[in-house]
Write a protein that binds this ligand. Structure first.
Ligand SMILES: Nc1ncnc2c1ncn2[C@@H]1O[C@H](COP(=O)(O)OP(=O)(O)OP(=O)(O)O)[C@@H](O)[C@H]1O
Length: 259
């Protein structure tokens, strides 16, 4: 469903070249739920932006649902849902319901299918009480639920989330996590998320990737991740060690994973 083959993205900043992502290769199969960790500036958001076609890779190849994201952005938009936790894709001054209607028109979703989908999402995400509220008046937790609904209204096969639980309280976080698990389990939606919240990884992700300096530094299960630091039972300790380079990351890549 998602394929990166030696994908790279660099930026020219004044006279310097910043290599945000280098030689990144991995595949995510249909129905997987994958978490992507990495220190600040590691290249996670740049990777997500290449997956949804916002950024064109400067080297290598990216495919999502068989499409080249930067060349087939419109075709891909029908098959992918994207949420940036730090930025809303909703219309700030419009009530949530009007934003959804605009999305229906943009994505040319059939009216009956849209109604059914919206009803389902309104129920599972608890949007009913604030559907008529302008987006700018929503709390962060409400806005995030609205953004998730917006990303899923056209029933995409792939859902890509950049820090979907950032800034949320424990109850809101739990609600979003439960919802994402449901979408993955019941609809078979492939989910790839980036996060700094290790609770997201523990509770959601069957597979964890770690990006460091734009490269894939680890790819395996949560148990594989914990095994990189024997004797450390706390995921926070393990990840801190990995970020500080205290563990031999690449040596721990499980056999059979793309590197
Ligand atoms: N448009 C840009 N122009 C120049 N440099 C950029 C641009 N976008 C990202 N970078 C640089 O690329 C590197 C990777 O950034 P990116 O945002 O992908 O990291 P990240 O892993 O998502 O970080 P964080 O966890 O802090 O969100 C950083 O050094 C960043 O400064």
């Amino acid at each position: 469903m998602i394929e990166l083959d030696r994908a790279g993205r660099s930026f020219k900043v004044r006279r310097n070249i910043v290599h945000a992502v280098r030689d990144l290769s991995f595949t995510v199969s249909a129905g997987e739920f994958v978490g992507c960790l990495g220190p600040n500036g590691a290249g996670k958001s740049t990777t997500i932006k290449m997956l949804c076609g916002i950024l064109t890779p400067t080297s290598g190849r990216v495919r999502v649902a068989g499409l080249d994201p930067s060349r087939r952005r419109t075709a891909l938009a029908r098959r992918i849902g994207v949420v940036f936790g730090q930025r809303t894709t909703l219309w700030w001054d419009l009530p949530l319901a009007d934003s959804f209607e605009l999305i229906r028109l943009l994505y040319k979703v059939d009216r009956a299918a849209f109604r059914a989908r919206l009803e389902e999402l309104t129920g599972t995400l608890g949007l009913g009480a604030f559907l008529r509220t302008p987006v700018r008046q929503l709390s962060l937790g409400q806005r995030m639920r609205g953004d998730l609904a917006a990303a899923l209204l056209h029933a995409p096969e792939v859902l890509v989330l950049d820090e979907p639980t950032i800034g949320l309280d424990v109850v809101s976080k739990a609600g979003i996590r439960e919802f994402l698990l449901r979408v993955n389990a019941e609809q078979g939606t492939t989910v790839l998320l980036t996060t700094h919240d290790l609770g997201d990884v523990e509770r959601l992700c069957r597979r964890v990737m770690l990006i460091d300096h734009g490269r894939l530094a680890f790819d395996g299960t949560l148990a594989d991740l914990m095994a990189t630091a024997p004797g450390h039972a706390d995921i926070e300790d393990v990840v801190t060690r990995l970020y500080k380079g205290e563990a031999a990351l690449t040596a721990e890549l499980p056999a059979g994973r793309d590197q």
